[in-house]
Design a protein around this ligand. Sequence first.
Ligand code: ADP
Length: 268
Amino acid sequence: LLDALGDQAALAIERVMLAEDVDRAKLAAETERLRSALLTSISHDLRTPLASILGSATSLTRYGSTLDEAGRLDLATNIQEEAERLNRFIANLLDMTRLESGAVRPRSGPVDLSELVGSALERTGRILAGHHVEVDLAPDLPMVDLDPVLFEQVLFNLLDNAAKYAPAGSRVTVRARRLGDAVEVRLMDEGDGIPPADVDRIFDKFYRVHAQDRQRAGTGLGLAICRGFVEAMGGAIAAGNRSDRSGAVFTLTIPAAADLPALEDSSL
Ligand code: ADP
């Protein structure tokens, strides 16, 4: 009897192991499929701006001398914009890799939020040149506990999106206020906003509401990086839509620096 039971047990174990092998093989196949889809998408995102750079550079070298000043400037501007796009994409890929490998270890320490907002706006100056930017920071803002480099990247990604998804000439608002032991920063735009069904998904890696939209090229990585960075710094980020008009709102909640007096209002 014991032998028979032993055989049965061995058989059952064998079956479970076989099922596990099948699961493992399925998982490996799915991982491989995702990896190759990812490579295709990344190659496409790299090649599109590169093709445009090559096209404009070739026109400049071949026909530059026959063009007028404005024509040459057009080509040079296109090269610059596409190179910047390429640069942002590669920076996003590197940031994502750092996040996923656990290599992001935020520095902490008291930081002046208004300085960070100022430098993020400086970096996005050219991108947001066609928009009206309004900054409204409460005068009693405390220092915040943040890694300035990571947080500036978060603000940059959100402002870059506002420039991309809200029409030229519209208003982009950055507002910050104290909320108990935290500071709430809100970025609002006047674009179409985010379809309610997508609000929870836009922070997923590679998720884009209009995936085929080549006009507003993107990688679907910007917001995933924002969430990763903000959470690594002990904060939170949420997306929503404005109630007063159409437009997206991104709300960041970040811890105030402990035991530090509120900043003096510099205008006093
Ligand atoms: P990307 O902009 O490269 O596509 P993101 O991760 O930054 O990637 O954003 C994911 C998606 O969220 C975007 O493709 C877009 O559909 C949506 N989105 C982000 N910001 C806004 C915004 N300000 N207004 C409307 N939709 C937005």
